[in-house]
Design a protein around this ligand. Structure first.
Ligand code: SF4
Length: 347
């Protein structure tokens, strides 16, 4: 079991970030925020899949105005991503946003004070996002970890000097290894909750691998309170991927555990990969907290899948169904899925 580092606990709408709270999953909408119907659907779809909070971009007045309607139609906290505009930040806060993500480097100090005062008045959390590449010192981008940490310290001190403590920190890099190093330093230096992710991590397996390397290694150190897989893909995939990774780290217990073999020449049944996908989809969609093994043959399949609650192994154009390694049934390939569903549902 991962021993998680303690941080300050912060209330965010109906949930808490940090302290002993679970690791929260978040994603960001890829729809323009003022397209309210689309964005409400996107947020609610992600919430159904397991998003604990969702972030939207606030680029203009229409986006800031849309916050009111969006908030009336969703049940999870809403985060606004705002750059360069104090007016938009103030409007979003007044319209009910739960948390804003800002890069304080973009905002003059006197404007920042106005945002801090309004956030305090409306109980809004502020995430200080100082990603590598979006931070500068003397006109140059900051890449050195020590400089990123000292910039984070200066920024926190500014907020604290104005009596603002409901902070979440993030300092992401697009390099997984650098992100790990940065977050270890953040955790060593500050007690605020950390939002973890590898920024711009890429698409498909490139992004999933890079994000998983970065985020999982940070979580294994006991660091991190909210996570995001920043994939060039539908936000729904970010949520599903985050859940699967957290489950493998024992940080998301109520979730299916799925194993399937790579198949080889011993497999004498068809479509094993499609079957594996179909079973996993069923388990995830129906939120079944069981372990399931899809194995291509009985030679190794039953033994290797015996820790699973339920398993199937291909025989000669038939399937053996087993529970904890004990054979309970043999079925024809065509009837397999219906039989499996019945067994899963009665488990
Ligand atoms: S379980 Fe059977 S089919 Fe699958 S990889 Fe092992 S030997 Fe090959």
């Amino acid at each position: 079991m991962i021993r998680r580092q303690d941080t300050k606990k912060i209330r965010l709408g109906s949930i808490e970030i940090g302290g002993s709270s679970k690791v929260l999953i978040q994603s960001m909408c890829d729809t323009k925020t003022s397209n309210v119907n689309e964005i409400i659907k996107e947020i609610n779809d992600c919430a159904t899949l397991g998003a604990d909070l969702m972030r939207v971009s606030i680029l203009d007045n229409e986006d800031a105005e849309a916050i009111k309607t969006i908030k009336e139609n969703i049940n999870i906290p809403l985060v606004g991503d705002i750059h360069f505009s104090t007016d938009l930040a103030l409007k979003a806060i007044e319209n009910g946003i739960d948390k804003i993500r800002i890069n304080p480097i973009n905002t003059p100090k006197e404007q920042l004070i106005k945002i801090i005062d309004s956030a305090k008045k409306h109980n809004v959390v502020i995430r200080i996002g100082l990603n590598e590449g979006s931070t500068t010192k003397d006109g140059h981008n900051i890449h050195n970890i020590e400089d990123l940490i000292s910039l984070t310290r200066e920024t926190i001190e500014f907020f604290e000097a104005h009596n603002f403590y409901d902070l979440v920190l993030s300092v992401k890099s697009s390099s997984a290894l650098k992100t790990i190093a940065i977050y270890k330093e953040l955790a060593n230096n500050f007690a605020y909750p950390l939002h973890v992710g590898v920024t711009e991590s890429g698409f498909d397996d490139i992004g999933i691998i890079r994000s998983t390397i970065g985020i999982s290694n940070i979580l294994l150190e006991g660091i991190g309170n909210t996570i995001r897989f920043s994939l060039t893909k539908d936000p729904k995939l970010e949520i599903i991927t985050a859940k699967r990774m957290l489950h493998d780290l024992n940080l998301y217990p109520n979730y299916p555990t799925f194993i399937s073999c790579p198949t080889c020449g011993r497999c004498k049944v068809n479509n094993i990969k499609e079957i594996a996908q179909k079973v996993m989809n069923y388990l995830e969609t129906n939120n079944k907290n069981i372990s399931f093994a899809v194995m291509g043959c009985i030679v190794n399949g039953i033994g290797e899948g015996k820790n699973a609650d339920i398993g199937i192994a291909g025989a000669d154009h038939k399937f053996i169904i087993f529970k904890k390694g004990e054979i309970i049934k043999t079925v024809e390939e065509n009837n397999l899925f219906d039989e499996v569903i019945q067994i899963i549902n009665s488990f």
